[in-house]
Every structure is written in structure tokens, then in C-alpha cells.
Ligand binder design. Structure first.
Ligand SMILES: C[S@@+](CC[C@H](N)C(=O)[O-])C[C@H]1O[C@@H](n2cnc3c(N)ncnc32)[C@H](O)[C@@H]1O
Length: 280
């Protein structure tokens, strides 16, 4: 996603140090490593990390995998005084995670709606069972802008209580709870909200934004690619505040968007927004 734009900001060259907070399948990392940089690649998904490590093995010893969350990685490097010329975070889930039915991210998945990037429990089904109707309704409003939160929350909680826990079964429960015509499957908003909540995606992003300026070398750049307005708003406001506080020298005034060619070739890219912030 936005690979050329990321490359232009990172300006890969031998000796430059990069922290890729969201290694995924290593698409961005491969281009950056090809330019001669040293790169630490973080991912909380052990399956993604293993596949990327395999793909990037030819770049050892300049490539180092780092298993875990990017919030922990940023805080750990900040505590040790490590600095990077570029820090990249391409937020959200990968197409590999979305398309793998066994991970339960999809409304069509016949498997348990787990939805955790790490593959660990508690997962989304545990989360629904523990949060109850009021808790789930709150999540649906905050992270999914759900129009009928109480009806959807009730349907999800009932389905889980009755053992209907696959992605497809939960999606069907939502569809029945809010009948009528919808521009896209009515469970999409609920699935987005559950995924954000169960992976604490906004909490992770806040922790990254709190410390990223501390791990940038002079003139270093933080590059954030987000996929929904909650994330983009957070990035925009934090960068603006950090410029005002002198922790960053400059930040993107407007988001960089994928060009027409990328949007035509990759429908998922249409909601991507890149923002950067540069250290003094
Ligand atoms: C959109 S994909 C990244 C794709 C990657 N840039 C590429 O070119 O292949 C996001 C990846 O980041 C990981 N991820 C998301 N949030 C994370 C977090 N808080 N900590 C660590 N990894 C995270 C996901 O597991 C997923 O593999």
C-alpha cells in the first residue's frame, strides 16, 4: 500500500535504520531493505512474522524480526535510547489475515470468529460473552458507528450464548436483527468494531504516537497509514500537538492518498490515508 510514497519518505540508503511496526508479509520491508537499510520488523502475528522472515531471510543480517506489539516495541526502543531514521506503521489487518477463514475475521468464515491478530485468547467470542449487551452496544457505537447498537448487541450476545460462534453465524444473527436493504452486509460495521476492540487497536496506536518522537533520529520520519477515520483523526491530532510542542518539526498538513492506479487495482486501498511527522 502506498509503497512508492513510503519509499520516498524513507529514502532508503545503506546505514539508515528503519523500524517497520507492521511487518505483515514484508512488502514495504522488502523495498526498504533492497535500498540497503537496516530494518527491524515488528508483528504481533507469529504466522505473518514467520512468512515475512522467510521472504526477507536473504537480507540478514540487516533484517531483524521482532515478535510482539508495536506499542511494546516502540516503548522498549525508547527506553533503551535506540533511534531510527524512519518508523513505519501500516495499520490494521493484512489481506492474509482477512482472507484466512480459520482466523475468523470474515463475515463468511465457517470458523470461530476469533479476530485476534496474535491468534491468542481472549478472542472476539470471549469478548462478546464477557462484555454483555451494554458493553457490546457501546463498542459498536464507538468503533463501528452502528445505527442500531442495542439490537445488534442483543443478537450477538444471544448467538454466542447459544453456541453460534462462527463468523458466518454471527453475521447472520446481525442480518436478522436489522432486516431491510443495506448498501453492504449489515454485519460489516459490527465486525470492524469487534476487531478494533479485541485487538485494542486504538490503544496500541495511542501508545505508539505517545513515544514515536522519542525514537526518531534528528530529521527522522514517522509514517502512519490508517484505514478508518478514528485512526486518521488520532494521528492527525497527535502530530499537530507534537509539532506545537516542538517534539516534531513538521507534519503532513493533508493526508497522502493512493493514486488512481492503486485504487483501481486494490479496492482495499481506497480508504488508506498516509500521514507523516518529521523530527527536528
Ligand atoms: C496492513 S498489514 C501490513 C502489511 C505490510 N506493510 C506489507 O507490506 O506486507 C498489518 C500487519 O500489522 C500487524 N499489526 C497490526 N497491529 C499491530 C500491533 N499493534 N502490533 C504489532 N503488529 C501489528 C498485523 O498483524 C498485520 O500483519
Amino acid at each position: 500500500m502506498l509503497v512508492r510514497e513510503v519509499e520516498a519518505l524513507v529514502a532508503p540508503a545503506p546505514g539508515r535504520r528503519v523500524l517497520d511496526c507492521t511487518l505483515g508479509l514484508g512488502g514495504h520491508a522488502e523495498r526498504i531493505l533492497a535500498g540497503g537499510c537496516d530494518l527491524i520488523g515488528v508483528d504481533r502475528d507469529p504466522a505473518a512474522l514467520a512468512r515475512a522472515a522467510d521472504r526477507l531471510a536473504g537480507h540478514a543480517p540487516r533484517f531483524t524480526p521482532w515478535p510482539g506489539t508495536f506499542a511494546d516495541a516502540v516503548e522498549d526502543h525508547a527506553a533503551r535510547g535506540v533511534r531510527f531514521d524512519a518508523v513505519l506503521a501500516d495499520l490494521g489487518v493484512s489481506s492474509m489475515q482477512l482472507d484466512d477463514a480459520a482466523r475468523g475475521f470474515s463475515i463468511r468464515s465457517p470458523e470461530r470468529a476469533a479476530m485476534t491478530m496474535s491468534g491468542e485468547r481472549p478472542d472476539a467470542v470471549d469478548f462478546i460473552a464477557a462484555a454483555g449487551e451494554a458493553g457490546i452496544a457501546d463498542i459498536l457505537v464507538r468503533y463501528g458507528e452502528e445505527h442500531r447498537p442495542r439490537a445488534v448487541a442483543r443478537a450477538l450476545c444471544r448467538a454466542v450464548a447459544e453456541g453460534r460462534t462462527s463468523g458466518a453465524e454471527l453475521a447472520e444473527a446481525v442480518r436478522r436483527a436489522i432486516p431491510g436493504r443495506h448498501p453492504r452486509h449489515p454485519a460489516m460495521r459490527a465486525f470492524q468494531a469487534l476487531r478494533i476492540a479485541v485487538n485494542d487497536e486504538l490503544g496500541q496506536l495511542e501508545r505508539l504516537l505517545d513515544r514515536v518522537a522519542d525514537i526518531l533520529a534528528p530529521g527522522g520520519v514517522a509514517i502512519l497509514i490508517s484505514f478508518h477515520s478514528l485512526e486518521d483523526r488520532l494521528v492527525k491530532h497527535r502530530f499537530r500537538d507534537q509539532v506545537a510542542a516542538g517534539r516534531l518539526a513538521a507534519a503532513a498538513r493533508k493526508p497522502v492518498l493512493p493514486d488512481d492506479e492503486e485504487q483501481a487495482g486494490n479496492p482495499r486501498s481506497t480508504s488508506a490515508k498516509l500521514r507523516w511527522g518529521r523530527a527536528p
